[in-house]
Write a protein of this length. Structure first.
Length: 358
């Protein structure tokens, strides 16, 4: 088995922003010793390995870089999944057996924590919730073993916050979420915690607004990408349904009929709908939709406003800029959408419409 002790000591030291000198001082060894460890020229004694693991808040297994490739563990975890699918209580019995056998395996601990969380979410059993809490803490210490890029200390903190909320520790839940929210991924959860569970509704608004903006952006990206997938499959009915759904969603977000950033997006989406209609053989509808896109785009470009001040529900987005990747002007963005769709016929028609002022 190839160990990664040298690599891990160096990595953990740098994560703590420590020099070799400061690590040597903390462990009571020479700088030369730390240098040799990090370059694989020598290894610390066993007692020092334990001390180093403790210093960096990790396990000896994780520090050494051990990977458990035991088929028996994989089989046991597969059986665990089968039990969990029907909430068979036997899953918890099997989870404890796995944990007894593989106490230092991140994969085992993390999966068993997930099983306990699933059962505890339904039962609100405090013993199960506390066991979930213990396992998530253990998983955090072992995360250095994980090869799963979808699992991080942040995602573990999100699961832990869920446990704290179910245990009634609302303030601790909120504190953990705020501490883990550097990228804004918990805005929705913080908003829910404040508004629903702590009755601090006004404090929740900025978080909920940011979460709503993220939902809008994600929705547009997802739906538009799906439309390209359906067009590639020549599934015009699904593509049309997706585009119409998006336009209804956009309409529901509009508070006033003013040309703000949502209106620019609407022009782009109308152009994409025209493309799908054209590909589906609905030429008359396609031209009418394209002219509607032109009306919308020209109205926006005459008095451009990239804010979301007329967006329904988005109370704190008055000063927020909503910029998409298609272009600065609405007319230019529509052209870019049609070019991305490789629709030469509608692109030419668009140029004609814009040139003649629709």
């Amino acid at each position: 088995m190839k160990l990664k002790l040298a690599e891990n000591i160096r990595l953990l030291r740098k994560e703590r922003h420590m020099t070799q000198e400061s690590l040597a001082a903390a462990l009571g060894v020479t700088v030369g010793a730390v240098y040799k460890w990090e370059n694989g020229l020598s290894q610390p004694e066993l007692s020092l390995i334990v001390e180093i693991a403790d210093f960096f808040d990790t396990s000896v297994d994780a520090l050494l870089g051990c990977r458990l490739n035991d088929n028996r563990l994989e089989s046991a975890l597969e059986r665990l999944v089968e039990y969990s699918r029907v909430l068979d209580p036997e899953a918890l019995v099997q989870a404890e057996k796995i944990l007894a056998k593989y106490p230092h395996s991140f994969r085992a601990v993390y999966r068993c924590a997930g099983v306990y969380l699933a059962y505890a979410a339904g039962s609100r059993d405090k013993a199960q919730l506390n066991r979930t809490r213990e396992l998530l803490e253990q998983a955090r210490l072992l995360i250095g073993q994980s090869d799963d890029k979808s699992v991080s200390e942040t995602s573990l903190n999100g699961a832990m916050a869920h446990v704290l909320l179910m245990l009634g520790e609302k303030e601790k839940c909120l504190e953990l979420l705020k501490r883990s929210n550097a990228t804004g991924e918990f805005n929705h959860y913080i908003g829910a915690c404040l508004a629903v569970y702590l009755n601090r509704t006004e404090e929740a608004v900025p978080y909920l607004t940011k979460a709503l903006l993220n939902v809008i952006s994600t929705f547009f990206d997802t739906i538009l990408s799906y439309v390209f997938v359906y067009c590639a499959r020549k599934d015009w009915n699904s593509a049309l349904a997706m585009m119409r759904w998006m336009l209804v969603f956009l309409s529901g977000l509009r508070l006033e009929e003013k040309p703000d950033a949502l209106e620019k997006t609407r022009a782009e989406m109308l152009a994409m709908l025209a493309h799908v209609q054209s590909m589906a053989g609905l030429d008359g509808e396609a031209e009418a939709t394209l002219r509607q896109a032109a009306d919308t785009a020209l109205a926006f470009d005459s008095t451009p406003d990239y804010s979301l001040k007329t967006a329904r529900f988005a109370e704190d987005l008055k000063e927020t800029m909503f910029v998409d990747a298609f272009g600065a002007t609405a007319t230019g963005s529509v052209r870019n959408v049609l070019e991305l769709a490789k629709d030469e016929k509608l692109t030419a028609k668009w140029e004609e419409i814009i040139k003649n002022g629709n």
